[in-house]
Design a protein around this ligand. Structure first.
Ligand SMILES: [Fe+2]
Length: 388
């Protein structure tokens, strides 16, 4: 068996590294960036952390700030038009997962003939071409999008969250500066942190796991398992924020080179139809989906429990697996994760969407990587189980 490993050509990691953005562009001979961000990053002045050093270096960055949560194909079309209207040589995605995914997605249709729709690039298609290099600067810890070959875009005609995969979505460079995460709201710290943990755990138990991705996933679980609660309760704790940022990036590298699995497959339709933030819908599913597959990859789940720090080498796999389930439930409780019912989704609405959600979950391909591959009825049963 062979494994193909991809990652950004350059990752600059550390407190204050965003101040070196112009130098990083210079290494690649880039000088005409279009910065992709969201309206809050713009109005709060956070994006100046990226724009100021670019201007200080004599560059004249343009800004596209129309990114929305759960980025849509229509926003990507607007971004492609903005990109084509100027003489840009790179895109910079600055923000959480949505601005980074938007920047990565803009580069893909921008490389194709005008008029091509985003859905033409969704899996199983390969999106390997980008119109220009993309540099990502995450402000959350995080989706890991700065290090992955994936972007997720919602099709506004079908409400489907489409997975787009390929070298075209892989950033050229990432600037990973944990100091940007100090002001992240507590809810977002929790949701994005559990998203990172899910990336690492799913990459590790995936049928597509490989030794290189394993080492990244285990490292990510060690970091996130020990620091997520601290970052949640103490937002200014530098050591916790730094560990979470590194963990989120490593988790991104892990699943980019392995895969996500059933949690993500079932999570995307919840986000698409009920507008639950991505990390939160993962968190709602994580304990029940882990329990569903536990005995089909028990040694792996047990090793994950040891990496996270809730089981020891003395614990037999079955014991470690039980401790992992306990920990995932306890984490949801401590981090205030509601059930879908608790989040305000009506029972009839939920029930009515389940057949379509199950079809879309299976259609994404992610459930096929799970240690235990469910059919449609089993997915519906899991959705019912987590509803609350
Ligand atoms: Fe995710």
């Amino acid at each position: 068996m062979t494994a193909t490993i991809v990652s950004p050509r350059l990752m600059r990691i550390g407190g204050g590294s965003v101040g070196q953005i112009a130098e990083v562009l210079g290494l690649f001979g880039l000088s005409r960036p279009l910065v992709v961000t969201d309206p809050w990053m713009l109005s709060s002045g956070t994006v100046d952390r990226c724009l100021d050093p670019l201007r200080a270096a004599g560059l004249d960055p343009a800004v596209f700030a129309e990114t929305v949560p759960d980025p849509t194909d229509t926003v990507i079309e607007a971004g492609v038009a903005a990109f084509r209207a100027g003489d840009y040589d790179c895109l910079i995605g600055f923000g959480g997962g949505s601005p980074m995914d938007t920047a990565k997605a803009i580069a893909i249709p921008a490389a194709a003939a005008p008029g091509q729709k985003m859905r033409e690039f969704k899996v199983p298609a390969q999106a390997d071409k980008a119109a220009c290099p993309v540099i990502c600067i995450p402000t959350t810890a995080g989706t890991g999008s700065e290090a992955t070959r994936f972007t997720v875009i919602t099709d506004t005609e079908t409400d489907e969250k489409m997975l787009i995969a390929g070298l075209g979505a892989l950033p050229l460079a990432a600037i990973v500066d944990y100091e940007l995460t100090y002001s992240v709201p507590q809810r977002t710290t929790a949701d994005t942190g559990i998203d990172s943990l899910t990336h690492a755990l799913e990459a590790y138990v995936s049928k597509r796991a490989n030794p290189h991705a394993d080492s990244l996933a285990l490292s990510a679980m060690r970091l996130i398992g020990r620091h997520l609660r601290i970052a949640y309760h103490q937002p200014k704790n530098a050591a916790a924020r730094e560990a979470m940022m590194l963990g989120a990036m490593q988790a991104g590298l892990a699943f980019s080179n392995s895969s996500v699995a059933l949690v993500h497959g079932m999570s995307r339709p919840i986000g698409a139809h009920f507008h639950v933030p991505h990390g939160l819908s993962n968190a709602m599913l994580l304990p029940a989906v882990t329990e569903f597959g536990l005995n089909d990859a028990l040694p792996r789940y047990a090793e994950a429990a040891r990496a996270i720090g809730v089981a020891t080498i003395e614990d037999a796999d079955q014991v470690a697996g039980s401790k992992l389930l306990e920990e995932l439930r306890a984490l949801n409780q401590e981090l205030g994760v509601p059930t879908p019912r608790g989040h305000g989704i009506g029972a009839a609405q939920w029930e009515g969407m389940l057949p379509l959600m199950a079809k879309q979950a299976l259609g994404s391909g992610s459930p096929a990587n799970n240690p235990r591959v469910p059919d449609e009825a089993q997915i519906i049963a899991l959705y019912r189980k987590v509803y609350g």
